[in-house]
Design a protein around this ligand. Structure first.
Ligand code: GLU
Length: 297
């Protein structure tokens, strides 16, 4: 059980770029079960900060799929589209402490450096048309995880001064996720291993903004036959809400969890209650990716 002084607060944070597919349902279920098994809250955040990539109506569709699968979140969902003031305040704090800078370098100009911005700008700054980047130090940042081996990255060499606000004015995922995890009091992040590589960047941003670091658990994502993660962008099949029980059982199998006895497999509530009572993190497959074929018979 989690200590009563710091009650467990977890979350699911979908982007409305399409309906949920089985991979995203696994993410919702894993974070839900880990939170509920620890007596915790499970919050929802709609990561709708990138309108060009969004598909109209998918936010409602995602919420509906979650409800149909009995994955009921606590409190109102937080919409990132309403959080500009908080992101601007964080940017201001980083700019005035010298930890962020305005940059008008184009992708084409950065191509000579492998697309990575390291320290000095190649273009002179045009305030009207600039991105904001984090000034990344030339040092190793480490991330720890309950399932994955520690990840050590020299962020300047491997990633460079990464973008916090794009030239088109939209806020970057790395900024929004760090600001909102802290705002919502999230102390446990359970998400797919495709985001593990972003975690050292989020650690650095948390340090620069003096925000706490949550405990991370990155479970393996499903990879298709091409070795890439199943994603809405690759048109992974949308979840069929009319077979919620089957979908939950499939997701539980993927997560290495014990299934309820047959008699309890016909209702979403019974499946979830059993799953919460029998949730074992140590049964999660401790790899980064599992092929689709490994769990579909
Ligand atoms: N919105 C992200 C996605 O749908 C997840 C962000 C996170 O869990 O940190 O992939």
């Amino acid at each position: 059980m989690h200590s009563p002084e710091s009650p467990y607060i977890g979350r699911f944070a979908p982007s409305p770029t399409g309906p949920l597919h089985i991979g995203s349902l696994i993410g919702a279920l894993a974070s839900f079960l880990d939170a509920r098994a620890h007596g915790g809250q499970w919050l929802l955040r709609m990561e709708n900060i990138d309108p060009p990539r969004e598909i109209a109506g998918s936010d409602e569709r995602i919420l509906n799929t979650l409800r149909r699968h009995g994955l009921n979140w606590d409190g109102p969902a937080l919409e990132q589209s309403t959080r500009s003031e908080a992101y601007d305040a964080a940017l201001q704090q980083l700019l005035s402490s010298g930890n962020a800078f305005r940059c008008s370098c184009s992708r084409r100009q950065l191509a000579r450096f492998g697309g990575i911005h390291r320290g000095a700008c190649v273009a002179s700054v045009n305030e009207e048309d600039c991105a904001i980047r984090l000034a990344v130090p030339d040092e190793i940042w480490e991330a720890h995880d309950l399932l994955q081996a520690p990840l050590r990255q020299n962020l300047l060499q491997e990633v460079g001064d990464f973008t916090l606000r794009r030239r088109d004015g939209y806020y970057a995922y790395q900024l929004a996720v760090v600001v909102d995890d802290a705002y919502q009091g999230i102390n446990h992040v359970v998400r797919g291993s495709d985001l593990w590589v972003s975690t050292p960047r989020q650690r650095l941003l948390q340090a620069r903004l003096a925000l706490p670091t949550p405990t991370y658990l990155h479970f393996p994502v499903i990879v298709g036959s091409d070795g890439h993660k199943l994603s809405k962008q690759t048109f992974a099949a949308a979840i069929d809400d009319s077979c919620a029980c089957d979908n939950l059982l499939l997701a539980l199998r993927f997560l290495g969890q014990d299934l309820p006895p047959r008699a309890q497999q016909s209702s979403v509530e019974r499946i979830l209650n059993h799953a919460v009572d029998h949730w074992h993190r140590q049964q999660l497959p401790a790899v980064m990716g599992l092929p689709e074929s490994a769990f579909y018979d």
